[in-house]
Design a binder for this molecule. Structure first.
Ligand code: SDX
Length: 434
C-alpha cells in the first residue's frame, strides 16, 4: 500500500517535514504529527477535540451515528445477549469466552471478591458523612499496599491477576462505602450469588436479614454495569493511561481514573441529573430550566445532555430508557413515576428545541441511569461509585493494552504565552543586601 503523507504549509510555504497518515479500521484516519517538533511547531488542541492519543483495538464510537462497539460487538447486542462478566472478559481478552473460559473467569472473579480484613479499618477514619467517592478513591489507591508481590507490570500473568482482582473487589468496596455512610455493618460477598445480585446483597442485606433480589432488578443492575464498562478514550480512561505511562502500579492508575470520573462533566453527571430532576420538581418548571441552559450568560447546563463525541443519541441512553420502564414496573412505582415523567418530557422538549438541535445535544448515558439506580434503592451519592465499578474493566483493558506493548511517558507540551526572560530587579537585590 502506498505510504500516505501529509504536509504542513505555513503562510503559503510548505514545511520540509513529512507527516505520515495512518489508516484506521473504523473511523477517521490519523496524521502522525510526532515529527512536527523538528519544524519548530507543536500542535494545539486543548480538550483534545481532534487528537488521537494512542491506537487501540478495544472500543469504537461513531458519534454522528450513535454507534458504540466493544471489540466490534454493538452495545445493543451485548446488552440483549451478554452479561457484565462476559463483557469484562471480552474487553480484557478481545474475544467472547467459550463455555470453559466463561466458567473459569466467573469463578476466578467470584473467589477474589473479598477484601483484606485490614481494609475494613480504613473506613474507621472516614466521617460517616463522607461522599462515597472520596472513600472509594482512597481505598482503591491503598489496595496496592496489599499486593506488592504481584505488581510486576511487565508480567502478563500479574497484569491479568490485577485486572481480575480489581474487577472482583470493586463491588465489595462500593458496598462498603455505602454501608459506612448508613452505619450498618459491612456485608461479606456471597459466592453463591451472581455478580450483580451479590452487589445488591452487600448493599442492602444486613446480618439480621437477607436481601431478596428479584431477577429483574439483578438483570437491570448487571446491565447498568455492562453499559458503563468502557467508552474509548474518555477523560477518566485517558487519566488511567497517562498515569500508567509513568509505570505507576495499576491500583494507583485506577484510583486516578476514579478521581477524574467524579467530575460533574463526566461520571458525576448521573448524580447531577437526579439533583436536577429533583430541583425541577414538576413538569410545569421544565421550560424555566431549559431557558437557563440556553442562556449564554448562565453557566447552567442540563445534566445528562450533550457529549463530546455523540452528536446523535447515546446508544446506552436508548437501552437505559427501556430498562427504566421495566424497573419502575418491577418496583411497583407508577410507570409515570414523577422523575421519569419529568425526564421523558424534558427529553422531548429539549430534542425539539433549536438550541439543542443545532448543538446536537442528546441525552447521554447519565440521563436515565440515575432514575434506574434510584428505583433500585441506591442513594444519589452512590451513583458515580456505580459508574466507577462498571467502568473498571474498560480502565484495566486500556491500561493493559498500553503497558503490554512499547509505550512512552505521556508528556504534552504547551502554547506558552507568559512573559519573556527578565532579570530579578537590582533594586530588590540592593534592598535585600542592606
Ligand atoms: C460522560 O467522554 C465520554 O465518553 C464520557 C462518557 C463515558 O462513558 O465515559 O460518555 C460519560 O461523561 C457523559 C457526559 C456526562 N456529562 C453531562 O451530562 C454534563 C452536561 N454535559 C456538558 O457538560 C457537555 O455536554 C459535555 C461536558 C458532556 C461535553 O462538553 P463539550 O464537548 O466540551 O461541549 P461544549 O461544552 O463545548 O458544548 C458545546 C455547546 C456549548 O454552547 P456554545 O458555546 O456553542 O453556545 O453546547 C452547549 C455548550 O454551552 N452545551 C450545553 C450542554 N452541553 C453542551 N448546553 C446546555 N446543556 C448542556 N448539557
Amino acid at each position: 500500500m502506498t505510504e500516505r503523507k501529509a504536509q504542513l504549509i505555513v503562510d503559503g510555504k510548505p514545511e520540509s517535514v513529512e507527516l505520515p497518515v495512518y489508516e484506521s479500521s473504523l473511523g477517521p484516519d490519523v496524521v502522525d504529527v510526532r515529527g512536527l517538533i523538528s519544524s519548530g511547531y507543536f500542535t494545539y488542541d486543548p480538550g483534545f477535540m481532534s487528537t488521537a492519543a494512542c491506537d487501540s483495538d478495544i472500543t469504537f464510537i461513531n458519534g454522528s451515528e450513535g454507534v458504540l462497539l466493544y471489540r466490534g460487538y454493538p452495545i445493543e447486542q451485548l446488552a440483549e445477549h451478554s452479561s457484565y462478566l462476559e463483557t469484562c472478559y471480552l474487553l480484557l481478552h478481545g474475544e467472547l469466552p467459550d463455555a470453559g473460559e466463561k466458567l473459569e473467569f466467573e469463578n476466578n472473579i467470584r473467589y477474589h471478591t473479598m477484601v483484606d480484613q485490614q481494609i475494613h479499618q480504613f473506613f474507621n477514619g472516614f466521617p460517616r458523612t463522607s461522599h462515597p467517592m472520596s472513600m472509594l478513591v482512597s481505598v482503591v489507591g491503598a489496595l496496592s499496599a496489599f499486593y506488592h508481590h504481584t505488581l510486576d507490570i511487565s508480567d502478563p500473568e500479574h497484569r491479568m491477576l490485577v485486572a481480575r482482582r480489581i474487577i472482583a473487589k470493586m463491588p465489595t468496596l462500593a458496598a462498603m462505602c455505602y454501608k459506612h455512610g448508613v452505619g450498618q455493618p459491612f456485608m461479606y460477598p456471597r459466592n453463591s450469588l451472581g455478580f450483580a445480585e451479590n452487589f445488591l446483597h452487600m448493599m442492602f442485606g444486613t446480618p439480621c436479614e437477607e436481601k431478596e433480589v428479584s431477577p429483574v432488578l439483578a438483570r437491570a443492575m448487571d446491565l447498568i454495569f455492562l453499559l458503563h464498562a468502557d467508552h474509548e478514550q474518555n477523560a477518566s480512561t485517558s487519566t488511567v493511561r497517562l498515569a500508567g505511562s509513568t509505570g505507576a502500579n495499576p491500583f494507583s492508575c485506577i484510583a486516578a481514573g476514579i478521581a477524574a470520573l467524579w467530575g460533574p462533566a463526566h461520571g458525576g453527571a448521573n448524580e447531577a441529573v437526579l439533583d436536577m430532576l429533583d430541583e425541577i420538581g414538576s413538569e410545569s418548571r421544565i421550560d424555566e430550566f431549559i431557558a437557563r441552559a440556553k442562556d449564554p450568560n448562565d453557566p447552567y447546563r442540563l445534566m445528562g445532555f450533550g457529549h463530546r463525541v455523540y452528536k446523535n443519541f447515546d446508544p446506552r441512553a436508548t437501552v437505559m430508557r427501556e430498562v427504566c420502564n421495566e424497573v419502575l414496573e418491577e418496583v411497583g412505582e407508577a410507570a409515570d413515576n414523577t422523575l421519569f415523567r419529568i425526564a421523558r418530557r424534558l427529553e422531548r422538549i429539549a430534542l425539539e428545541d433549536d438550541y439543542f438541535i443545532q448543538r446536537k445535544l442528546y441525552p447521554n448515558v447519565d440521563f436515565y441511569s440515575g432514575i434506574i439506580l434510584k428505583a433500585l434503592g441506591i442513594p444519589t451519592s452512590m451513583f458515580t461509585v456505580i459508574f466507577a465499578t462498571g467502568r473498571t474493566p474498560g480502565w484495566m483493558a486500556h491500561w493493559n493494552e498500553m503497558v503490554s506493548g512499547p509505550y512512552r511517558i505521556g508528556r504534552p507540551r504547551q502554547l506558552y504565552r507568559g512573559p519573556a526572560k527578565r532579570d530579578y530587579p537590582a533594586a530588590r537585590i540592593t534592598a535585600k543586601a542592606s
